[in-house]
Ligand binder design. Structure first.
Ligand SMILES: Cc1cc2nc3c(=O)[nH]c(=O)nc-3n(C[C@H](O)[C@H](O)[C@H](O)COP(=O)(O)O)c2cc1C
Length: 334
């Protein structure tokens, strides 16, 4: 059964498609989730917030698939900090399958296989109110709040903030180096590695990405940077709805819980035929996050309490996004 569940979890999303989680099967009932340190993002995500979210996302896919097969999935996270020692593999959770005799009502696991990140231009249709209501209900059940805006000025600000925080990060050599190691400049390269961000899924030309990463001195020249920004912003056309999630995001327990919620929301959207793209760098870049909070008059608590931990563009799209690659099942079960 673990192998069947892993077939779904293999398709779980992760930042830069790093796929940092492994499932070590102990026996028919028990398994462990392990973190592959060399697939972490110590520069882009030094505290491991997004990485812990990825553990939650991975476990949530296993759980949804287990429910359809009549099993509850119990999880105990270790909550240990990442990168503390140089262990190549770190146990992050213990899992247990509990048979319930019949399927447990939940999200359809087939949606896990359909879900994708869509970075194409959207088609201007605002997300339907009933979809937003479903998202709000699901978010509330997890003790968080889902907010949206369809105000064109707010949407423009979000797009610009996302662009600026990305370009701010790209100005740092170590950030570029880390991102470059996950960029796949051709379909063949992406298929060979089975991971990473292909320029096709990013909807950006390979020459541009390679230039920004590897000839930054040239591509950061004002005139050329204007061109690359314009190309990037072209992919952001047609957005009529932006959303953000707010809730406690203080420690590893919160971060994994946020991952569980993020995955469920993504699948709810997939079920409604709605796409989204997370704007992660606004969250991982503290200055950008603070300026977003100020700009939109968002009320946050202190020290990560009631924090805005996810910002997304959402909508309908006339382009089917390319399928991002995945490692083979044998690698996930290594
Ligand atoms: C926590 C998290 C943060 C992410 N942040 C971004 C982001 O900032 N920009 C983006 O385009 N995609 C972002 N993604 C989407 C991933 O890049 C994507 O899931 C991965 O490349 C696999 O592609 P898929 O979702 O189409 O399967 C994020 C995903 C996760 C789980």
């Amino acid at each position: 059964m673990w192998r069947e569940l892993a077939e779904y979890a293999r398709w779980a999303p992760s930042p830069h498609n790093t796929q940092p989680t492994r499932l070590r099967i102990v026996d028919g009932e028990r398994a462990e989730v392990q973190f592959v340190a060399e697939r972490g993002l110590p520069v882009g995500d030094p505290q491991g917030k997004f990485t812990h979210m990825t553990f939650g996302i991975f476990v949530e896919t296993l759980r949804i698939a287990a429910h359809a097969r009549g099993h509850e999935l119990e999880v105990a996270y270790t909550g240990e900090p990442l990168y503390r020692d140089r262990r190549p593999l770190q146990k992050v959770a213990e899992l247990r399958l509990l048979p319930r005799g019949q399927p447990i009502e939940d999200i359809d696991p087939e949606l896990i296989l359909r879900r994708r990140t869509n970075r194409h231009p959207y088609n201007n249709r605002p997300v339907l109110p009933e979809v937003l209501a479903d998202l709000r209900d699901e978010t509330r059940r997890h003790g968080h709040a889902f907010h949206t805006s369809t105000d064109p000025r707010a949407i423009q600000s979000v797009k610009e903030l996302n662009r600026d925080s990305l370009y701010h990060d790209l100005a740092h050599a170590e950030y570029r180096e880390e991102l470059d190691s996950w960029l796949r400049y051709s379909d063949a390269e992406a298929a060979r590695t089975g991971d990473g961000l292909s320029t096709r899924t990013l909807v950006l030309p390979s020459w541009l990405m390679k230039g920004v990463m590897r000839a930054h001195w040239l591509f950061s020249a004002p005139v050329i940077e204007q061109v690359t920004k314009r190309v990037y912003m072209r992919t952001m056309k047609g957005i009529s709805t932006v959303g953000w999630i707010q809730g406690d995001f203080v420690d590893a327990e919160d971060w994994t819980a946020a991952g569980h919620l993020m995955m469920r929301l993504w699948l709810v959207l997939t079920g409604h035929g709605v796409d989204w793209q997370p704007y992660g760098s606004i969250i991982t870049n503290d200055d950008s996050r603070r300026s977003m909070v100020e700009k939109f008059g968002m009320e946050e608590g202190d020290g990560g309490r009631d924090m805005v931990w996810l910002l997304v563009r959402m909508g309908y799209c006339d382009h089917e996004p390319a399928r991002s690659q995945r490692l083979a099942l044998a690698e996930v079960l290594r």
